[in-house]
Ligand binder design. Structure first.
Ligand SMILES: C[S@@+](CC[C@H](N)C(=O)[O-])C[C@H]1O[C@@H](n2cnc3c(N)ncnc32)[C@H](O)[C@@H]1O
Length: 300
């Protein structure tokens, strides 16, 4: 969609006032209103120290839309008929999407050597043959595809009759579109073992493209982890990755998201979070399991 089409028809023509390079004032009051609004819709909490970051990110969008102030942009999103569509762009400017392939190798090792063999053994007892994995906050898809590569390489040959479904979700539409395309630049593959690079990527003029068979195992869509209704629809997962997103939440939003993720897991399912994240003080529902150089959280 053309970004301009989201503007109201009777919107004032560009005044030229907001020329690139100009600076709008971001008062403490505006910052508080914006912080509360963002927090309420997606759980991301901008600390006081991140005021400047929020200011510079919102300002780019305000300039683009030729609006005149931070408050006007907030009103536009909240009350204008096109405000709901604008949220897509808001999420693009406020999220940090840093990710890369094989970001957390110890977690992948734990997945293939302990978690999946256990989950699969339980499924066999129940006469089931499908494993479901969710990369919640998948950004541009590197985490979900790293899981897919590890499974195809190390698990599939041992359990050929098993089906593996991997779902990636993120609040940022552009990241989801990139994940679906599955074409990556050098930055994303910098940590990828040469073996996987050779086996599961094709070099194209646009970058490294994920193998088409692997793409079929993984689906991506936009989803807000803070949206209770969407979260309630995510059920029966055996493994959930929710890595490097809790750091943007405060305790209360972490608690809400983790409790929903707990409900999304099947009994005996596992949750993995980021290196620098912890569920200490957030949830007591999981059993902490130690693996070499990493930990996982089990729903018993
Ligand atoms: C730093 S990336 C982490 C990507 C990947 N999980 C990893 O560990 O490499 C954080 C992602 O969380 C997403 N995100 C932030 N808030 C979210 C929310 N409320 N719902 C869904 N995704 C969210 C961002 O758009 C971003 O792509």
């Amino acid at each position: 969609m053309n970004q301009q089409t989201i503007l109201p028809q009777n919107f004032s023509p560009p005044t030229g006032q907001n020329s690139p390079g100009g600076k709008l004032e971001f008062s403490d009051k505006s910052f508080s209103s914006w912080r509360k609004y963002i927090y309420d819709i997606c759980g991301i909490y901008f600390q006081d120290s991140k005021k400047y970051l929020l200011e510079s990110r919102l300002q780019k969008r305000i300039m683009y839309l030729n609006l005149e102030s931070f408050d006007q942009y907030l009103d536009f999103i909240r009350y204008n008929a096109n405000g709901a569509a604008e949220k897509k762009y808001l999420f693009e400017v406020i999220t940090i999407n840093e990710t890369f392939f094989f970001r957390n190798q110890p977690q992948l090792d734990a997945l293939v050597s302990s978690v999946l063999p256990e989950v699969i053994a339980d499924k066999i007892k129940l006469g089931r043959n499908k494993v479901r994995i969710w990369s919640a906050a998948s950004s541009s898809g590197e985490e979900a595809y790293s899981v897919a590569m590890s499974i195809v390489d190390l698990i599939k040959p041992k359990y050929p009759s098993f089906e593996f479904e991997i779902v990636g979700t993120d609040i940022n539409q552009t990241m989801v579109d990139t994940a679906k395309k599955g074409i990556y630049k050098d930055y994303s593959i910098r940590n990828s073992p040469a073996y996987y690079l050779k086996k599961y990527f094709k070099q194209t003029p646009n970058g490294y493209e994920i193998d088409s068979e692997l793409k079929k195992m993984v689906s991506f869509r936009v989803m807000n982890l803070f949206d209770d209704l969407s979260m309630k629809a995510m059920i029966n997962f055996d493994v959930i990755y929710c890595a490097n997103v809790l750091i943007y939440f405060d305790l209360s939003s972490k608690t809400k998201v983790i409790s929903n993720l707990y409900n999304s897991l099947s009994k005996g399912g596992y949750l993995f979070i980021g290196y620098s994240e912890t569920l200490h003080g957030v949830s007591k529902s999981f059993k902490l399991i130690s693996y070499p150089k990493t930990i996982g959280y089990k729903k018993e």
